[in-house]
Design a protein. Structure first.
Ligand SMILES: [Zn+2]
Length: 220
């Protein structure tokens, strides 16, 4: 674990399965009848950002309001608001770095009054999804091998620069392989309630419970 320096700090949460007790694309797929297609694509051997593009195509024809009403019904993770409030009191800039969609992250970021959110952008025409996805990427700029639609490491570094936070004072919290490059490169990487049997090397702390207050115990 990096030694904490004085000065401002920054904490980036993953959204699905971390800030939310649920996963947006699965909940939307469940509601509109394409959950098994999502599962199939998720398990496929395609490179990660191509999987994201394929999943976005499943949303083609859906109305924005149909999507956002499902997002709003997904419960927050236990103690999400309490943990964020506490972190703000400790001088953290706080937000979301997600490989889901900005239409979801902005709802959550606003609901719990966070400072930033980064995610994929779904193209919308006449209030309907076209199936096209605008991906922030970032791995191609820093040589990260994640090849995710959102390179969480790249965006953590960018946000740290923007808020003038030393990388040793950054914290990342996430639950899956999409979070790996961010968890490994943050000052403190916290694996949160991973699937049973899922391991990640080079993380500083693992929380094996659905309670975000326990993240606070991992901080220096
Ligand atoms: Zn990456």
């Amino acid at each position: 674990m990096a030694t904490r320096k004085d000065g401002p700090r920054l904490l980036a949460f993953d959204m699905d399965g971390t800030l939310l007790d649920g996963r947006v694309i699965y909940a939307v797929g469940q509601e509109f009848g394409f959950k098994s297609e999502v599962e199939e694509i998720t398990k496929s051997a395609d490179v990660p950002y191509e999987r994201s593009q394929r999943v976005a195509k499943l949303l083609k024809g859906l109305r924005v309001s149909e999507f956002t009403s499902v997002v709003k019904a997904i419960p927050l993770m236990k103690n999400a608001v309490e943990a964020v409030t506490q972190l703000k009191n400790e001088n953290f800039k706080i937000g979301i770095i997600s490989d889901s969609y900005t239409l979801a992250t902005e709802i959550i970021a606003r609901k719990i009054e966070m400072d930033f959110h980064v995610a994929n952008r779904l193209e919308v025409k006449n209030d309907v999804f076209t199936g096209c996805l605008k991906m922030p990427l970032g791995w191609e700029k820093i040589g990260c091998d994640c090849r995710q639609s959102v390179c969480k490491r790249y965006h953590l570094i960018s946000l740290a620069k923007k808020y003038r936070v030393d990388m040793s004072n950054t914290v990342a919290v996430g639950d899956s392989s999409a979070d790996r490059c961010m968890l490994e490169n943050a000052g403190v990487g916290i694996l949160f309630n991973p699937q049973v049997g899922y391991m990640m090397k080079n993380v500083d702390c693992t929380v094996r419970s659905k309670d975000l207050n326990l993240v606070l115990d991992c901080l220096p």
